[in-house]
Design a binder for this molecule. Structure first.
Ligand SMILES: C[S@@+](CC[C@H](N)C(=O)[O-])C[C@H]1O[C@@H](n2cnc3c(N)ncnc32)[C@H](O)[C@@H]1O
Length: 253
């Protein structure tokens, strides 16, 4: 079922059932896959049979999702990655007879590995437990549970990005390797927060570890480009002075 296609320079956007759309894509033609599948049957998105979230059990969900996982492997360039957004799922007492968590990321890893992907990396996205409590009213997050039986209290749940790599045809290099000859040249991340923490550090003149690099290429590659650029954009004489002494300290490592 293909609902629509839009095209522009260097891009094509398909609106439709991904299991069907993927089948029409050329083998080894996709450089990066990123998606957020339905978290099994946690939410209902539509009553369409094509909707993977429209399932009665985790088994049924994975039976459907498997087609997508297999096709994604086929269309991805060897050595390139597929990123899957997911999280643990709550167990409901009325379904499972007890509360607890289901290791949905673990089940995804198993399915991807079974299909031939390599589990490559995982990013943890911190989520505020108070927001989760507001949304779900989950017993394990309520203050009244603290008072009644603290053993039922649990952590808030994080989100994850699971990163899978399509095995390269040979060796470890991607078939279309991504080269960055100068390493990272700009800070990618929570720039606002990072700047604040650097200011605090500067004021305190302590914990110098992240003030590693206003020193250009060599230092950047030595300590990692992200902190380097971050420091670049916040230069002042005092900070540079501290940074240099920090560098002197680190250069002996
Ligand atoms: C967890 S949500 C992701 C939502 C999305 N990340 C966002 O922030 O809007 C999963 C989405 O996958 C869609 N979906 C389920 N089965 C699908 C299929 N076979 N083809 C395409 N999309 C599907 C659902 O309708 C739902 O919108």
């Amino acid at each position: 079922m293909l609902i629509g296609v839009e095209q522009g320079q260097n891009w094509t956007m398909y609106n439709g059932d991904c299991c069907i759309v993927l089948r029409g894509l050329e083998e080894s033609s996709i450089d990066l896959v990123i998606h957020s599948p339905p978290f099994s049957s946690l939410y209902i998105y539509s009553d369409s049979e094509n909707d993977m979230g429209n399932c009665s059990s985790d088994e049924e969900f994975f039976e459907h999702y498997k087609y997508c996982i297999k096709e994604l492997l086929r269309v991805t360039v060897p050595g390139r990655v597929c990123v899957v957004h997911c999280k643990d799922l709550p167990k409901y007492a009325n379904v499972y007879g007890t509360t607890g968590l289901i290791d949905f990321p673990g089940a995804c890893i198993q399915e991807f590995e079974d299909a031939g992907w390599v589990y490559h990396s995982r990013v943890t996205i911190w989520k505020c437990p108070v927001v989760e409590r507001e949304r779900t009213n989950n017993n394990g997050l309520l203050h009244k549970t603290v008072k009644r039986d603290t053993s039922q209290v649990r952590q808030g749940m994080a989100d994850y990005l699971l990163v899978f790599r399509k095995p390269p045809a040979s060796g470890l290099m991607s078939e279309k390797s991504v080269t960055r000859k100068r390493g990272f040249d700009r800070y990618i991340g929570e720039a606002g927060k990072a700047t604040i923490s650097i200011r605090r550090l500067t004021a305190a003149s302590r914990r110098p570890k992240i003030r590693q690099s206003t020193f250009g290429e060599d230092t950047r590659s030595r300590f990692g480009g992200t902190c380097a650029k971050q420091m670049y954009s916040t230069s002042n004489s005092r900070r540079q002075k501290t940074t240099k002494s920090t560098f002197a300290r680190y250069s002996s490592i």
